[in-house]
Write a protein that binds this ligand. Sequence first.
Ligand code: FES
Length: 159
Amino acid sequence: MTTKPTEKRSRFEPEPMPRRDFLGLAALASMAAAFFVSMFGMLKLPKAAVSASPAKKFSVALPDALPVGEAFVPPGRSVAVFRDGEGVFAISTVCTHLGCIVKPNANGFECPCHGSGFSKDGSVTKGPAPKPLPWLKVSKGGSGFVIDEEATVKTGTKV
Ligand code: FES
C-alpha cells in the first residue's frame, strides 16, 4: 500500500470542499433564498389589494330639474332614483341574470351583457333575466333622501 505524500498547504489556500458538503450548502442556500422571497411576499399580504366598498346606505340630493320618470344615477352607485307625482323611489341597476349593471333608457332598462330588458318599474320584458330589478328602501334624510342598497321594498313603494 502506497501513501500519498502529504502536501503542505498554505493557510491562505482553502481545503478543497467535498462534493457532498458543497451540495448540502447549496441546498441550504436555496432554502434560505426561498424563505426570504416568501417572507417578502408575506409582508405585502396585510395590505388590502382592493379598496373597501362604499357604504351601502347613502344620501342623495336629487337635482331640482330632474324630469318626472327620468332616472338619476348617483355617481359610483348601482341605483337609479326616480321622482314622479307620487314620490321618490329607487331601483337597483344590478341585473338579476348575472349581475351586470343595467343602463336606463327611454323604455326602462337594458342590460349590456346578455340583452335583458326591464320596464320602468323593473319588471322583466326580455330574458334571460329571471327576476325583476328590486326596488330599494328610500327614506327622507341627509341632504335629501337616504337609499339603502341592502334593503329591498315592495315594488311600487314610494316616499
Ligand atoms: S347579466 Fe344582464 S342579461 Fe346577463
